[in-house]
Design a protein around this ligand. Structure first.
Ligand code: GTP
Ligand code: MG
Length: 273
């Protein structure tokens, strides 16, 4: 009797969830999953053909979770196979290779494909996202730094982890945070918990830092036209300083962006009469 009751209670607690992996071909999606589920790494590249499916049972706090993992092929060739599998996902693992900038730039395209396939009725707020900056073991070829990746992820309310499927760095921490957020979401009536990923900074701050990094000169950085007056430069500077001051802004890269803005103002004022 006692054991049956106990069993029933446990069954009640058990959760079935669906997660998918997304990202360009060869960034390491399958290897990340293999590292977590099988605790091993395969150095030979075996492209996923269409989709790979696996299921793993994990314990998250007092709940047993049955995690159905749909590991997508990144190659454009498999779009027709992949597009069937986006719907009903509770979690998405977005992966890029820190040594390939185009794989980072492609994250927006992957989100776009997902939104398109899920249709306008789909609620992206009911999905937990984690971004994996993968292959961090290959330090010499790294081109996308941590603040860039973290900013992209956290400004969207996504988790961010630096991972290496090869060494195992960050993999179990990533899955633990990811799956526990999914469990929280399920308990929270299907809404991504606000505290799950608390960015602590605004979208405006994140966008401004991104714009500053990509600016072509000091005028562009301050957002003033060529030949602007001292007053205009100072006004633009004050606005950015309030937004990005390191005492007020915790967004990754804010300190560098703030310094760049200070330098831009100094160099512009030197040349304005
Ligand atoms: P598709 O299935 O084609 O979309 O690729 P994928 O993203 O699943 O890539 P996969 O996991 O198959 O890995 C691609 C290649 O990168 C393989 O040769 C892996 O051994 C290698 N690789 C994956 N993760 C890492 C890593 O963290 N570090 C290093 N050094 N190599 C890795
Ligand atoms: Mg794969």
């Amino acid at each position: 009797m006692e054991t049956n009751l106990q069993k029933r209670r446990e069954n009640k607690k058990s959760l079935r969830v669906k997660v998918i992996s997304l990202g360009n071909a060869e960034v390491g999606k399958s290897c990340i999953i293999k590292r977590y589920c099988e605790k091993r790494f395969v150095s030979k590249y075996l492209a996923t053909i269409g989709i790979d499916y696996g299921v793993t049972k994990v314990q998250v706090r007092d709940r047993e979770m049955k995690v159905n993992i749909f590991d997508m092929a990144g190659h454009p060739f498999f779009y027709e196979v992949r597009n069937e599998f986006y719907k009903d996902s509770q979690g998405v693992i977005l992966v890029y290779d820190v040594g390939l900038k185009e794989s980072f730039d492609a994250l927006d395209t992957w989100l776009g494909e997902m939104k398109q396939e899920m249709g306008s009725h789909a609620n992206m707020e009911s999905i937990v996202f984690v971004v994996c900056a993968n292959k961090v073991d290959l330090t010499k070829r790294r081109v996308v730094d941590e603040s860039k990746g973290r900013l992209w992820a956290e400004s969207r309310g996504f988790h961010y982890f630096e991972t290496s499927a090869q060494s195992g760095e960050g993999i179990s921490e990533m899955f633990q945070a990811f799956l526990s957020s999914i469990a929280d979401m399920c308990e929270n009536g299907g809404r991504r918990p606000a505290s799950g990923v608390s960015a602590g900074f605004t979208r405006e701050q994140a966008d401004t830092i991104r714009r500053i990094r990509g600016s072509k000169d000091s005028w562009d950085m301050l957002g003033v036209k060529l030949g602007a007056t001292r007053e205009e430069v100072n006004k633009a500077y004050r606005k950015l300083a309030v937004l990005l001051h390191p005492d007020k802004c915790v967004a990754p890269g804010s300190e560098d962006a703030f310094k760049a803005v200070v330098n831009a103002r100094t160099s512009l004022l030197k040349n304005i009469k």
